[in-house]
Unconditional design. Structure first.
Length: 199
C-alpha cells in the first residue's frame, strides 16, 4: 500500500514539475513579461535527475546530455571573491547552490538551442520556477552581456539590479566578472605552458 502511494506521489511530482516548467518558462519567455527574447519553438525536456558540473551546467544522469542555464553566468570553478580582505570560493558556492536546488529533485528544461555540445536551456524545479532567475536574485549568478543572438532578458536584468542594490551574495564582495576571469585564466595557462617549453 505504501509503495503504491509513493509511486503516485512520484508521478504527481513529475507532472507538477513538467507543468510548472511548461507554463512558467513559456510565460517567462514572452516579450510582454520578460524582455526581448522569445524563442519560436523551445523543446521541452522530460523531467530529469541531474549531476551538477559547475555553477551553470548539469548533466542528465540517464542520457549524459549536458545542460547549460541560459542567460546567466557564475564564478568559474577555482575562482575566488574577496569580502574585505577575506577570500572565499565563489565558484564553489555557485555550484553548491545549484546542487541544493537540484539534488533529489526533478528538473525540467526548455531547450533553446544546442551550443558546443550542450543544451542551452531555461530550467525549473518544484522549488524554483526559473532556476537561473533565482540564482540571480540570490546574488549567486549574474546576467551575461547581451548580444545580437542573445538579447537581455528583462526579468533577469531587473533581478540583478535588485541583488546589486541589496549587496546580496556576490555583490557584497570584490570579484572579477567570470567571462573576464576565464579569459585571464586561459592567458595565464598559455603563458605558463610557453615558459615551461622554453629552454
Amino acid at each position: 500500500m505504501t509503495r503504491g502511494r509513493n509511486r503516485g506521489a512520484r508521478t504527481g511530482t513529475i507532472v507538477m514539475v513538467a507543468t510548472l516548467a511548461a507554463t512558467t518558462l513559456a510565460g517567462a519567455q514572452s516579450p510582454e513579461r520578460s524582455g526581448l527574447y522569445s524563442p519560436g519553438s523551445a523543446l521541452q525536456s522530460p523531467p530529469l535527475r541531474v549531476e551538477v558540473l559547475d555553477g551553470t551546467r548539469f548533466r542528465d544522469i540517464e542520457t549524459q546530455a549536458v545542460y547549460r542555464l541560459y542567460g546567466i553566468d557564475t564564478c568559474a570553478p577555482g575562482q575566488a571573491a574577496h569580502l574585505g580582505r577575506q577570500p572565499w570560493p565563489c565558484g564553489t558556492v555557485a555550484a553548491a547552490w545549484l546542487v541544493s536546488a537540484t539534488l533529489n529533485k526533478w528538473v525540467a528544461c526548455n531547450i533553446l538551442r544546442d551550443e558546443q555540445g550542450e543544451h542551452l536551456a531555461r530550467c525549473a524545479s518544484a522549488d524554483h520556477a526559473d532556476i537561473g532567475a533565482d540564482m540571480i536574485r540570490d546574488g549567486i549568478a549574474m546576467t551575461l552581456p547581451p548580444s545580437e543572438q542573445d538579447p537581455a532578458i528583462r526579468a533577469y536584468v531587473s533581478a540583478e539590479r535588485d541583488a546589486r542594490k541589496a549587496y546580496r551574495g556576490i555583490w557584497a564582495s570584490t570579484f572579477q566578472m567570470p567571462w573576464e576571469y576565464r579569459t585571464s585564466d586561459r592567458r595565464r595557462a598559455i603563458a605558463k605552458k610557453g615558459a615551461e617549453a622554453a629552454p
